[in-house]
Design a protein around this ligand. Structure first.
Ligand code: MG
Ligand code: MG
Length: 263
């Protein structure tokens, strides 16, 4: 019998529990992702193309000796996903796609550093945006923080899911996107468990210290049904309504959740 390495134990649900050294390494990957978002926040403005944003992001990632996790992932052709207005996720950067005043753009970033993945998305306002768009951004970011607050040892996965749903949908009148979800993260970008953005409190697996999750509410101002463009990647709302996406990578600890993808 092979004795598991410290911090490498697996739960029955197949979720790897990370030890302190592994979490410290993941924190470094997450910090690089946060630096990319810092650069994105500065760069997003009317007239900027999504390909230019991609180039800036790739430069930041590589300058930290990290690898753009998304590049080549199932054939994805860029380092970030750029999803504008009714696009929800997986938009492909393009030199022809220019940001306009009043747009909202969701930028999803993954970086792999020393074999560990950090994953974080944020939706940015391009110049001045409508009050409806701002409300959607506020509700979606708030839903992420409501979910993070529930990512505590002893809670269940459904406590996260229901908190996200309650914040974004029930109290604000927006729709949770149901066809895409959050996930475990570690050596791979997508590991067990799947983390739905809707659900019932008190259900699902019990959370334990060392679990690392990417929580990522996606919220539509209209209906939650989605469609995929002919490019095979870009996911948008069927009804053309605006959509926002906020994501952090975080670890469950004995105390407060440890957010990886901040500076
Ligand atoms: Mg992501
Ligand atoms: Mg993710």
């Amino acid at each position: 019998m092979i004795k598991p390495l410290v911090g490498q134990s697996k739960t029955p649900a197949g979720i790897v529990l990370r030890g302190a050294r592994e979490l410290a390494a993941m924190r470094e990957a997450g910090r690089i992702v946060a630096r990319v978002h810092e650069a994105m926040q500065r760069a997003v403005r009317p007239g900027m193309s999504t390909a230019e944003l991609d180039a800036i992001a790739e430069d930041v990632i590589r300058s930290h000796d990290a690898i753009p996790t998304f590049l080549g992932y199932h054939g994805f052709p860029a380092s970030i996903c750029t999803s504008i207005n009714d696009e929800i996720v997986h938009g492909i950067p393009s030199p022809e796609r220019l940001l306009k005043e009043g747009d909202i753009i969701s930028i999803d970033v993954g970086a792999t550093f020393k074999g560990w993945v950090g994953d974080s998305a944020w939706t940015y306002a391009v110049g001045a945006i409508s009050s409806e768009a701002q409300a959607l951004l506020d509700a979606t970011e708030g839903a992420l923080w409501a979910g993070i607050e529930q990512a505590r040892s002893g809670n269940r996965l459904g406590d996260i899911s229901s908190a996200v749903q309650a914040y974004a949908a029930e109290s604000r009148g927006f729709a949770i996107i149901r066809e895409y979800s959050g996930h475990g993260v570690g050596r791979q970008m997508h590991e067990p468990p799947q983390i739905l953005n809707y659900g019932q409190p008190g259900t699902g697996i019990r959370l334990r210290p060392g679990m690392v999750f990417a929580l990522e509410p996606m919220v539509a101002a209209g209906h939650w049904l989605t469609k995929v463009d002919a490019d095979g990647w870009t996911v948008r709302t069927q009804d053309g309504s605006l959509s926002a996406h906020f994501e952090h990578t975080l670890a469950v600890t004995p105390d407060d959740p440890m957010i990886m993808t901040i500076l």
